[in-house]
Design a binder for this molecule. Sequence first.
Ligand code: DGT
Ligand code: CA
Ligand code: CA
Ligand code: ZN
Length: 571
Amino acid sequence: MINQSISKIFYQISEYYAMDDVAFKPQAYERAARVIEGVEDDLADIYEKGGVKSLMAIEGVGQGLAEKIEEFIKTGKIKEYEKLKKACPVDLEHLTLVQGLGPKSVKVLYEKLRVKTLQDLEKVARAGKIAKLPRFGKKTQDNILRGLEYVKGGQGRVLLGDILPLARKFEARLAGIKGVSAAVAAGSIRRRKETVGDIDVLAITDDSAKAMDYFCNIPEVEKILAKGENKSSVRLHNGLNADFLVVPEESFGAALQYFTGNKDHNIELRKIAESKKYKLNEYGLFHGKKSVAGKTEKEIYEKLGLEYIEPEMRENTGEIEAAREGNLPNLVKYEDVKGDLQMHSTWSDGSFSILEMAEAAKKLGREYIAITDHAGYLAIAGGMKEKKLLKYMAEIEKADKKISGIKILKGAEVDINKDGGLEIKDEVLAKLDIVLASIHDNFKMDKEAMTKRVCRAMANPHMDIWAHPSGRVLGRREGYEVDWNIVFKQAVKTGTAIEINAYPERLDLTWQNVKRAIAMGVKLSIGTDAHDAGHLGYLELGASVARRGWCEKKDIINCLSWEDLLNFLNK
Ligand code: DGT
Ligand code: CA
Ligand code: CA
Ligand code: ZN
């Protein structure tokens, strides 16, 4: 599959042109890079079947870009990229991961200090050399050092959204092998943690050797690290390790429990077992030598005097106590989420038309969606002002009339300005069905000022949802600081919902804050923030954050019926 390589190169070309403020090209390359990331078929196959023309059928790919793709397929290189890279030979892919380091700063750091890699960057920052550069200063240097720590901390982990499809592929393929009666990806994937360190797959089979051979030879494997009778470890081409374990049927529940974790949850369970004179391990729950449970997780929890705890909640943050007291929440189910409340179209920085997004959402079974293109000053993202916004609303109404079986809300994602004002006039906001508001600039305000900014925005009666609340981007930046207590109180008081952004690198509100928010009575909303029809499937990632944060149906406005949702929005 060459799509990923081409997408990466296009992103970098985009950044190279952004270094020099070239017009249009950065946006064109970035958009194509994003679309290509989501294309399911191999570009090489598409090209083989229909040549440059068929590549041009891809959204955002015109003749020029299609020819670049052709060049890569034929020669393994793109000359334009090689030229740019030669002029500024830096590790753009990783350097731009550091918060606050845009392409332009990367260029200056290369020209003045010869910074090419993350290691170089760390060296000059620690030596205090960045602080001495004009327009950088000590504060920027400190920020770069903090950003570096964050990037390093995330290295070796991948986003759940990137790995879940692969984990499911493994499960399905293994389940199709003769003799295999169950195959489940356990570990952090089963708990739906936002980032994943490795893939842990368990299976029951009556032919262990066959399953092991199969697993060690799947096309994704780069190298076999260890191969045994019941356990193997491999390294995948994507850099992750995968562990594969075969367990007997009577121990499956115990193994699944053990390898789902997390570790702290397991340690607590083991303590409870000991207090009841049992012994708990990956083979079962034992009384002396006698197994008293092990086939299913349920019977293990039961024997320990606990209600069954869903995997997403197993983080040792109070779930065991709640299970003992019969106080677990009635956790929201994935299928309870009826609609998607944030997505973008070609009216701002999305890749698909309003109708195309609606059709794709309908195919996925959504009952309603909100189209929420950027409005305000975010020019890079095609932010609309009032006049265009009115035309856009008419277009949504048209699409809504045209399509049946799914309802479309007229929405917008409006910029919150530095003072907490919304960047669109109230009289126009009043015409929208749903108003999301979010922070896209001035991230580095101090906590108090940021808290005031958000509270003031929420006080605007037109604002329905605060979108991607902390602004965190996994592996890139931690998110800004607000006083969550104050903000949650204000959300309740003003009836503003807070978003769980389902985009794989955001998953923000974080599950930890979800838990605090709903305990205070805050209502939450889930939005995929899709910029491409291929992103609409992320909704389940948002639901997984809700489940990790102990949400019930009543906490999530996407679980409301269409009528009740309208009532909520009209309040
Ligand atoms: P990851 O892979 O870093 O995203 O996180 P996990 O949770 O998948 O961790 P991993 O793959 O190291 O181990 C899988 C599970 O195995 C883990 O969630 C709990 C269990 N486990 C691993 N090491 C220990 C241990 O030392 N004690 C106990 N009780 N359980 C362990
Ligand atoms: Ca793992
Ligand atoms: Ca593991
Ligand atoms: Zn946004």
